[in-house]
Write a protein that binds this ligand. Structure first.
Ligand code: PLP
Length: 393
């Protein structure tokens, strides 16, 4: 008999996966091309050519020792390159010893939480949030505390102030944000960091900031994502190539700790040890070698930006109340119906698959993932145009 926790967690589990299963069934029934699936953040665009060229070069290199177990932190030369990249781009001034290569940033977040949490420690997440955060926190006996963001998904400093208690160990932020597409401004991040510093003084213990940034390189309008980790000493930066290189199946990312953090040496040893005992051991060798050569390669952001512009225009024309995302490949419009599930179901009857906002901790909204092809998007938009008229308002 499996554990009670997993039984219950699976029941509460991700609406995204649930909608994915519904989608699979509908695709079998109606044919793939007749179901307009906007549920999954699994990019359809292929990785850049450079990725395949690098893999081809790596595959013919038969010098010895390249595929053995290694330091649990990852290859030193790759970590040195990552640290150099972070420093040069003013994201976080680091050396190789502050980097741990991980199994995507999902693996990285689990490594951080395993390292810092005592049972009962509180971790604040901001709604709407990436649904897996809840489980990642509970994996390590942390307690999830939800703070709302503003109506346009910005950091609500008064709300965060209210939610920080003496049990708060960490706060996770994600900008640009899945699902809202919101990018926090430099100015707001400065105010946020001031608040965290003030709270650390008030409660006389460390409050860690975990900045989960897998969409950092998918930002539009030639904007650069501000670097919050450089502003706050007790910070962890998490990155992944899942989206920027379109390789989520290859499971590669890293975490970086701010060298000015309390007990940085001990923390790094803790992260490396946690990477090992979670059974990850180390990030995949081939992928580490590859990303070490691809630090400046990205999928074409213009590919997503064009889709963002098209969908935004169509949603506004159809009368949806929607925030224009500054990054990621998601929209999170307000539901035109009082009953969000009714809306999702009517969309489903029209073979348009969406994820309800409650899956992200904010009912009354729905998520569109547009990392898919134009035909699917156009057909879905045709239906989305009519949907507000088909549901109770
Ligand atoms: C906000 C956020 N964090 C973390 C992850 C996990 O990414 P990875 O594939 O690097 O584990 C995702 C994936 O969709 C995400 O959207």
């Amino acid at each position: 008999m499996i554990s009670q926790y997993i039984t219950e967690a699976m029941e509460r589990s991700s609406w995204i996966r649930r909608m994915f299963d519904v989608g699979q069934e509908m695709k079998r029934k109606y044919g793939v091309e007749n179901v307009y699936d906007l549920t999954l953040g699994n990019p359809l665009i292929e990785p850049p050519d450079k990725f395949f060229e690098v893999l081809a070069t790596l595959s013919v290199n038969t010098s010895s020792g390249r595929h053995r177990y290694m330091s649990n932190a990852g290859f030193e030369d790759v970590r040195r390159k990552v640290a150099h990249y972070l420093t040069k781009n003013q994201i976080l001034e680091t050396e190789a010893e502050h980097i741990v290569m991980t199994i995507g940033v999902g693996g990285g977040l689990n490594v951080i939480l395993k390292t810092i949490l005592n049972p009962g420690d509180e971790v604040i997440i901001l709604a709407p949030f990436f649904a897996e955060y809840v489980f990642y926190i509970q994996n390590h006996q942390g307690v999830v505390v939800i703070a709302e963001t503003t109506t346009d998904f910005d950091l609500d400093l008064e709300e965060i102030d209210r939610k920080i208690t003496e049990k708060t160990k960490a706060i996770i932020i994600n900008s640009p944000n899945n699902p809202s597409g919101r990018l926090y401004s430099d100015e707001r991040l400065n105010q946020f960091v001031d608040l965290l510093n003030q709270k650390q003084k008030q409660f006389r213990h460390d409050i860690y900031l975990i900045s989960d940034e897998p969409y950092r390189d998918i930002v539009y309008d030639r904007v650069r994502a501000p670097s919050v980790c450089a502003k706050y000493d007790n910070s962890f930066f998490g990155y992944s190539w899942s989206k920027s290189l379109s390789i989520p199946g290859d499971r590669i990312g890293y975490i970086a700790a701010n060298p000015k953090m309390t007990d940085i040496k001990k923390t790094m040893n803790g992260l490396i040890f946690s990477n090992r005992i979670l059974g990850f051991i180390n990030a995949p060798a081939v992928m580490q070698m590859a990303v070490g050569k691809l630090l400046y390669a990205h999928v074409k952001v213009s590919y997503y930006e064009r889709k963002r512009d098209r969908i935004y225009q169509a949603l506004v024309e159809a009368g949806y109340d929607v925030y224009k995302p500054e990054g990621t490949f998601y929209f999170f419009p307000k539901c035109p119906s009082d009953d969000e599930i009714e809306f999702i179901n009517v969309a489903k009857e029209n073979r348009v698959l969406l994820v309800p906002g409650r899956g992200f901790g904010r009912p009354g909204y729905f998520r569109i993932a547009y990392c898919t092809d134009d035909r699917t998007i156009e057909r879905a938009l045709d239906h989305l145009y009519d949907l507000p008229k088909k549901v109770k308002q």
